[in-house]
Design a protein around this ligand. Structure first.
Ligand SMILES: Cc1cc2nc3c(=O)[nH]c(=O)nc-3n(C[C@H](O)[C@H](O)[C@H](O)COP(=O)(O)O)c2cc1C
Length: 337
């Protein structure tokens, strides 16, 4: 890993694909990069699974040749095991290693991993220091503003201490753990944390359109933004945000044809990577978003979301494409031409 490249990229308003369990796998990372994601992050990987050699954990850290700008995220509750797992994950040559200190799900946070670390910020800092000292790749932390409902969020003091512990960047999901994914993200905490550290801070939470990315960076002074849920249904957000950040340009939304093409591409890639029917099924959560605004989208969704066979899905999409107004025009031109 090139440390200079890390510093350069992480300071240049990166628009980062968030770590998303069951979503930010190799296939989806590739799609998001194609649409302009600067950096991508794997699904979180359980350190015990990784150290046991569990198949799913191994799949999650397996990076492809074009994954040079992919970080691996790990989670666990035991500092020593996190450090060991970090060394193991380092051998997969990630762009950097990220420690999950933000997962709110009770079976994870309740056992002291993920956002559970926010219950004891000093222990989180000591753990991060141990991980930093165990590896030579840059280490970053992704966390929330606090556990909730603190009267004053610990994130500002925590940011300073994590910087002293040697982490190279901090991502702040601007909600408390108790909020889960509901309620509005409060970016003002990212601003306050950014004010006290020199390391790059990435703001996360509620970046839904390109304008949000620009606003979040302008409002907080953070180096970049991380996009989670919106990317699942609209990976075009990366090119839209890039165009706005780089050239102050609003790009046209994806055309109907492009929407259908992405459904095809994602289905085919997942079927190749995971086989049928699993690869088809895991693509479903994306399709409703991809098809938004298409004529007849509701019926199309109903048909696609119950279909396990790749070839039938592709036929349904082909039929939808021939029904598009542009296709009628194109066919007429071909007939008369
Ligand atoms: C389906 C799903 C899976 C997620 N998996 C992870 C994960 O593995 N690691 C992590 O740090 N956060 C995970 N998150 C949280 C996101 O990375 C992100 O912090 C959160 O969704 C807020 O950003 P958003 O408003 O852009 O979605 C997940 C969120 C969702 C919706």
């Amino acid at each position: 890993m090139n440390a200079a490249l890390f510093q350069e990229l992480i300071r240049k308003k990166p628009v980062i694909l968030a770590p998303l369990e069951d979503v930010s796998d190799l296939v989806f990372r590739r799609l998001c990069r194609k649409y302009g994601a600067t950096i991508t992050v794997t699904e979180f990987v359980n350190v015990e699974g990784l150290l046991r050699g569990c198949r799913n954990a191994k799949r999650k850290i397996a990076l492809a040749e074009d994954d040079q700008l992919t970080a691996i995220q790990i989670y666990g509750s035991d500092p020593t095991r996190l450090a060991e797992a970090a060394r193991f994950a380092e051998s997969a040559q990630p762009f950097y290693l990220d420690i999950n200190c933000g997962c709110w799900v009770p079976k994870i946070a309740g056992r002291g991993a993920g956002a559970g670390w926010l219950r004891d910020p000093l222990a989180m800092v000591a753990m991060a220091k141990m991980v930093v000292e165990s590896v030579s790749v840059p280490v970053t932390v992704k966390t929330r503003i606090g556990y909730g409902p603190e009267s004053d969020m610990p994130i500002v003091d925590l940011a300073r201490r994590l910087e002293d512990a040697g982490i190279q960047a901090l991502t702040i999901h601007c909600r408390t753990a108790q909020m889960g994914h509901s309620g509005a993200a409060d970016w003002s905490w990212a601003l306050r944390a950014k004010e006290v550290v020199k390391i790059p801070v990435i703001v996360n939470g509620d970046v839904k359109v390109a304008e949000d990315a620009k606003r979040a960076i302008e409002m907080t002074g953070c180096e970049g933004v991380m996009v989670g849920r919106r990317a699942i249904e609209h990976p075009w957000i990366f090119r839209e945000a890039r165009a706005l950040l780089d050239r102050n340009e609003a790009v046209a939304p994806p055309s109907h044809l492009e929407r259908i093409a992405l459904c095809r591409e994602h289905l085919v890639a997942n079927a190749e990577a995971r086989g049928e029917p699993y690869g088809v099924r895991v693509t479903r959560r994306h399709l409703a978003g991809y098809l938004k605004g298409l004529p007849g989208a509701a019926i199309l969704r109903q048909r696609l979301l119950v279909e396990d066979s790749l070839s039938t899905c592709l036929t349904i999409l082909d039929e939808a494409e021939t029904r598009l107004p542009h296709a009628v025009v194109a066919n007429a031109a071909a007939l008369t031409g």
